[in-house]
Ligand binder design. Structure first.
Ligand SMILES: *Cc1c(COP(=O)(O)O)cnc(C)c1O
Length: 379
């Protein structure tokens, strides 16, 4: 019996050839392929500018810096997220303030987020968790009060909100190309914006604050010297990774179609079971299903760890629901921590199931049977 993985990136000879071509070109660091990937990805998500980075985490750090966020500022974000969301806020010297999530969508609860605004709040960072868009319109009162909205869109490649792709709604948004996401380059991320000044600033901070990029200097005729006016970072993506991204991008539609078909099958099997709550499908969003989680309801006889052990025994890989950031040792004594009942309940009762474009129908049936079996058990 083969073990069904939780997730797996999808590569073929196209990516291998793309990398070989970059190696043969002799230009492997940030150069023409990165510029091409930025334009192609910006076109796909409907933003004017893309600034490729080493990860979504570093893109989020740049987003906070270009928004002018620093020491003494507060940024509101969900705790039901990967720790990177809050870590980026700490990198900028600011304080994360955690809001609870909605019991249905498991995304930031807009009313709770708006209640947490203080005179020190400078930004709000909704997360489009596991590929389901957060309710951006419900956060508009925050923007109207002068707060910057930074979308953590790490999981949201291909997701839409009110009929338009995540990334096209006029805020700064940050995407990830980690292997757990729908498109993968190894490690990588991208900051999207429609604002040219923000794009220029993010590009400079990505490369030590240099006024001229290596590639521009290389292409210029005559002597060009760069200047360093503020503290920047080395957050540059390489052309090797961008070439992989360019090979992955044309496959995105197929990946999404396959992930949505897998989610439809899971929903059809699990929605009728009283022991399970399936992911929400709010009318304003097309889910991109970067991951698929079910929540064990109060009607389920097993606790989460018992259920996970039962799945692993059937050769089905699974993971616990997202561990809340505010309960981690690094954050639990911090000023932004407190009790978040819905976050804590969803985290304690949910399980991620295998979800990747290459999941075969036969393997999915095995997952459905194993989950259906445990959901039907009574003590
Ligand atoms: C994966 C993820 C990140 C971090 O992305 P990296 O590219 O690995 O830095 C940030 N936020 C969320 C919600 C994520 O799922």
């Amino acid at each position: 019996m083969n073990e069904i993985p939780l997730s797996r990136p999808e590569f073929d000879e196209t990516e291998a050839r793309a990398v070989a071509d970059v190696l043969a070109s002799g230009w492997v660091s940030q150069g023409p392929k990165v510029a091409e990937f930025e334009r192609a990805f910006a076109g796909r998500v409907g933003a004017r500018f893309g600034i490729a980075t080493t990860s979504c985490t570093t893109a989020l750090h740049l987003a906070l810096l270009v928004a002018g966020i620093g020491e003494g500022d507060e940024v509101i974000c969900p705790s039901y997220s990967f720790v990177a969301t809050a870590n980026a806020i700490l990198y900028a010297g600011a304080t994360p303030v955690f809001a609870d999530i909605d019991a249905h969508t498991w995304n930031i609860d807009p009313a709770d987020a708006l209640r947490r605004i203080t005179p020190r709040t400078k930004a709000i960072m909704p997360v489009h968790q596991v590929g389901l868009a957060a309710d951006l319109d419900a956060l508009a009162p925050a923007a109207a009060r002068g707060l910057t909205v930074i979308e953590d869109a790490a999981c949201a490649i291909g997701a839409t909100y009110r009929g338009r792709p995540v990334g096209s709604h006029g805020h700064i948004s940050c995407f990830s190309f980690h292997p757990r996401k729908t498109i993968c380059v190894g490690e990588g991320g991208m900051l999207m914006t429609d604002d040219e000044a923000i794009a220029d600033h993010a590009r400079q901070l990505r490369s030590h604050g240099a006024s001229v990029s290596d590639h521009a200097r290389h292409q210029a005729s005559g002597l060009v010297y760069e200047e360093y006016r503020e503290l920047g970072y080395n957050y540059r993506m390489t052309d090797l990774q961008a070439a992989i991204g360019l090979a992955q991008l044309p496959k995105l539609a197929r990946f999404l179609e396959r992930r949505r078909a897998i989610a439809d099958r899971y929903d059809t099997a699990f929605a009728p079971l009283p022991a399970l709550q399936v992911p929400a499908r709010p009318p304003y969003a097309d889910h991109a299903y970067q991951s698929y989680a079910v929540m064990l309801t109060d009607g389920c006889a097993l606790d989460r760890d018992e259920a996970m052990r039962a799945l692993v025994a059937c050769g089905v890989s699974c993971r616990r629901g997202i561990p809340p950031i505010h309960l981690e040792p690094l954050y639990r004594d911090g000023p932004g921590a407190g009790s978040l009942p819905i976050t804590e309940k969803v985290a304690a009762r949910s399980i991620f199931l295998p979800m990747y474009a290459g999941l075969s129908d036969a393997d999915q049936v095995r997952v459905i049977d194993a989950v259906g079996d445990l959901a039907g058990r009574t003590r």
